[in-house]
Write a protein that binds this ligand. Structure first.
Ligand SMILES: *Cc1c(COP(=O)(O)O)cnc(C)c1O
Length: 469
């Protein structure tokens, strides 16, 4: 025990779990000086020392702390699935991701490498898991938006080449080199700082030059790319590994804009080559361009949304078959009749028409189910669609299960009679397939006036993820 003392109380392990399901209580551990130790310290104590289940130890001098908490509660309970912890979760189908990459590979052909974009926590799907699946499904590179995202992958043991798709802050250069991340760059300040730091460490830092071909976001202006590279060519700490640009309109009906960007990009490449430099890996296409335009694929394509089984726009839907990897699910945690005229949820914006059960599911706008969707979406249970009703709250929302049967419509009456009942614990689908019914990420994104990218990211922020296959 190394002189640490543990305050113990009378509760058994089981009691403390069963009482109210509250696993949040942090047992108090005291250092010899009477300081509270953080939970990790406590866990270490328990694994190293043999205190669990031992007889309570009287602790002189700390009698003021009277909480009686069993030391046993500090032990990690055996692992449960996230959806057992909270009845709302995002289910990620790894098989779909793998399948999509194979389909994309077939569509794109063997000549272009695939970089899988896992920024924003893998578009909400979990960057680490997606990266693992992608690398064993034919992807050669990973793309992230920030140094933090790259470090997360490295710490998870992923050793694939990782490109940071925008120039990071100069302050992060030590970490970029330490974690073997490859930055995009477009300012000489960053380039020189990177080269100097690498040289001082006795290594050469690879980088990709970002060329602005007309999106006017980031990058060296296409007409300056040659001179920019020539100004760095002397540097023994730098190695140009690739050149890339990004299309602004590949997912739209526009073709002129894309053509213009591509011509400018090629003009920059031509200048670079003319100056005797090797542009390295040339890449330009996002999902939309890679799927729609063969001539944009170059040495590598950067695939994000399509890997997740979502389409960059309606224009790719007929060109390739993709399988959505994410479904959003919840379980009914309350269901009860609400009499005619009674209000439901904040503002009473919905009032019961009578003859209905109101079911509650623990998912709300804090999970990405935006409040603007209130009263505008359906919830699927066992292949049937039920209208969501009342204002969507931060952590929950309600839907209506009608108990009425429209006897004027025999077909409907039969359907209603055949309808399985919604009950406490029923699984509800917010995004995904249930029987013959399907609600897609696009359906909901469209109602919000946004795109699937945005929505998928939002569902990734708080919901627990459950991986299947
Ligand atoms: C996000 C991103 C991509 C991926 O775009 P998708 O439309 O999701 O395929 C590709 N390139 C860059 C530079 C990006 O930032």
């Amino acid at each position: 025990m190394d002189g640490f003392k543990v305050i113990e109380g009378g509760k058994s392990h089981n009691e403390s779990h069963n009482e109210d399901g509250d696993l949040q209580k942090i047992p108090r551990f005291l250092s010899p000086g009477g300081d509270l130790l953080v939970q990790e310290d406590a866990a270490t104590l328990l694994t190293n020392g043999d205190t669990a289940g031992s007889t309570p130890i009287a602790t002189p001098g700390v009698g003021a702390i009277t909480d009686n908490v069993s030391a046993a509660t500090a032990r990690e309970p055996s692992a449960i699935e996230p959806h057992q912890r909270r009845w709302a979760w995002a289910q990620i189908d790894r098989e779909a991701i793998s399948q999509n990459l194979k389909t994309l590979r077939k569509h794109i052909g063997p000549d272009s490498m695939i970089l899988t974009v896992v920024k924003a926590d893998g578009y909400g799907h979990g960057a680490v898991e997606v990266a693992k699946v992608a690398m064993r499904s034919g992807s050669k590179y990973l793309g992230v938006a920030s140094v933090c995202e790259g470090i997360e992958l490295r710490r998870a043991g992923i050793d694939a080449p990782i490109i940071i798709l925008a120039e990071p802050p100069i302050d992060s250069i030590a970490e970029i080199l330490h974690y073997d991340l490859v930055p995009a760059l477009y300012t000489s300040e960053f380039a020189l700082a990177l080269g100097e730091r690498a040289d001082a460490a006795g290594c050469v830092a690879p980088y990709h030059l970002k060329i602005d071909s007309g999106m006017n976001r980031i990058g060296v202006h296409y007409s300056d790319a040659g001179d920019f590279l020539r100004s760095l060519a002397f540097h023994r700490g730098l190695e140009l590994q690739g050149c890339f640009t990004h299309f602004a309109t590949a997912d739209t009906m526009d073709t002129l804009g894309l053509k213009m960007q591509q011509e400018r990009f090629e003009q920059a490449l031509e200048t670079i080559r003319y100056m005797g430099m090797d542009p390295g890996i040339v890449h330009a296409a996002n999902s939309a361009a890679a799927i729609r335009y063969k001539h944009t694929r170059y040495d590598m394509v950067r695939l994000g949304i399509s890997v997740y089984g979502l389409h960059p726009s309606k224009l790719t839907k007929d060109l390739i078959k993709l399988r959505p990897a994410m479904s959003v699910r919840a379980r009914v945690n309350s269901i009860k009749p609400v009499p005619l005229g009674e209000g439901v949820s904040y503002g009473f914006n919905y009032r019961s028409p009578g003859g209905v059960l109101i079911a509650t599911i623990p998912i709300g706008y804090g999970d990405g189910l935006s409040r603007v969707l209130s009263d505008r979406i359906d919830i699927l249970v066992d292949g049937y669609a039920y209208p969501q009703v009342g204002t969507i709250c931060m952590d929950m929302c309600m839907f209506e299960v009608s108990q009425r049967q429209d006897i004027s419509n025999i077909r409907q009456a039969q359907l209603s009679a055949a309808r399985p009942s919604v009950e406490f614990g029923s699984e509800a689908i917010i995004i995904g397939r249930s029987g013959e019914q399907e609600i897609s990420m696009d359906d909901i994104a469209e109602k919000m006036g946004t795109i699937s990218y945005d929505l998928a990211c939002m569902f990734g922020l708080r919901l627990e993820r459950v991986y299947k296959n």
